[in-house]
Design a protein. Structure first.
Length: 329
């Protein structure tokens, strides 16, 4: 088989180190691996590929990809690959679902504690060389503990479930919204699972709302002005999913009015975030540059997943992390 490896990105951190391609060649000497390092190279070589390990498949060349049978994405989100021709094809899509779940869950817990303990305000005092004790711990202090607080998780996939598993032992009461609620068993740490139509109830009851849902036509703009108004006043919003799940103006207005008590935002509709964005100066906000899933070694487990799937593909077995093209994840 011809296997194209084109795990590239505009961001250096998301480019596959070359030694991993050599490891794949050693593990699978029976296959031909073609490694490419730019989008033009991917376009040029995809027509000869049976398998592709890449986040990029251009829609306009898809009719020429008559050999392609399987695409392994190096990411969890595969929205850019779900164009109509791909949806109608027999090409299998698999994702990196679950590999970053623990890292993202720890990020969410850290951000929740940081917002509750007013770390953004404390850091501003630090930068200004000011002792902010009276401001932070005065009679009207906003500092709180998270024990006994309610966390609402929108999306109970591998990431949402891991967040719930960590939040429970800290004394948080967790509920979630999930598209499919047919499973009788509740995920660990989750008290209640609600259908999407019950999102307003989740928002109204939660002290912390975490967005962990994939970007689909149904979730685009999921949190706008109406939803912010429905949230418990002073609640926190944490988004580690996709920037397009929220309406930026509604979030900024909610922060400035105090309807939102704070936010931790790791993803944005346009990245890098514009230096003129009002998010930078909004009160009690933590901005991270799409690093909630950062790990010291992401590549070893990712390439191991691809290797396992390639062995399965050879044998004709079911692959891991197959994307449901209908649902988009």
């Amino acid at each position: 088989m011809n296997v194209l490896v084109g795990v590239i990105s505009p961001f250096e951190a998301w480019i596959l180190p070359r030694p991993f391609v050599d490891r794949l060649r050693e593990e699978f000497p029976q296959h031909t691996f073609v490694d490419v390092w730019d989008e033009e190279g991917i376009r040029r070589n995809l027509p000869d590929a049976d398998v592709a390990f890449t986040p990029f498949v251009a829609r306009e060349i898809f009719p020429s990809l008559t050999r392609l049978r399987w695409v392994q994405s190096p990411a969890v989100g595969v929205g850019s690959l779900l164009f109509p021709e791909m949806l109608a094809s027999r090409v299998i899509l698999t994702s990196a679902r679950g590999i970053r779940a623990r890292a993202i869950a720890e990020h969410v817990i850290g951000a929740t504690i940081a917002l509750a303990r007013q770390f953004p305000a404390a850091m501003r005092f630090q930068v200004a060389h000011r002792w902010g004790q009276d401001a932070l711990e005065g009679k009207s202090t906003a500092i709180m503990t998270i024990h006994g607080r309610r966390m609402g998780i929108v999306g109970l996939g591998s990431i949402g479930k891991e967040i719930a598993r960590l939040a429970g032992p800290l004394g948080m009461r967790v509920a979630g919204v999930q598209r499919n609620i047919q499973d009788a068993q509740l995920p660990a740490g989750v008290e209640e699972v609600m259908p999407p139509e019950d999102l307003p109830r989740l928002l109204a009851a939660s002290d912390v709302v975490v967005l962990a849902a994939p970007l689909t036509p149904e979730t685009r703009g999921l949190i706008g002005a109406k939803q912010v108004a429905a949230m418990k006043r002073g609640a926190f919003l944490i988004n580690i999913s996709r920037g397009k799940l929220v309406v930026d103006e509604a979030i900024v207005n909610g922060l400035n009015s105090g309807q939102l008590g704070g936010a931790a935002l790791d993803v944005f509709e346009h990245e890098p975030l514009d230096p003129a964005s009002p998010y930078w100066d909004a009160p009690n906000v933590i901005i991270t540059p799409h690093t909630s899933g950062a790990m010291q070694d992401y590549w070893t487990p990712l390439v191991a997943l691809f290797s396992e799937n390639l062995h399965r593909f050879e044998r004709g077995d079911s692959l891991l992390n197959v994307v449901d093209k209908t649902s988009g994840y």
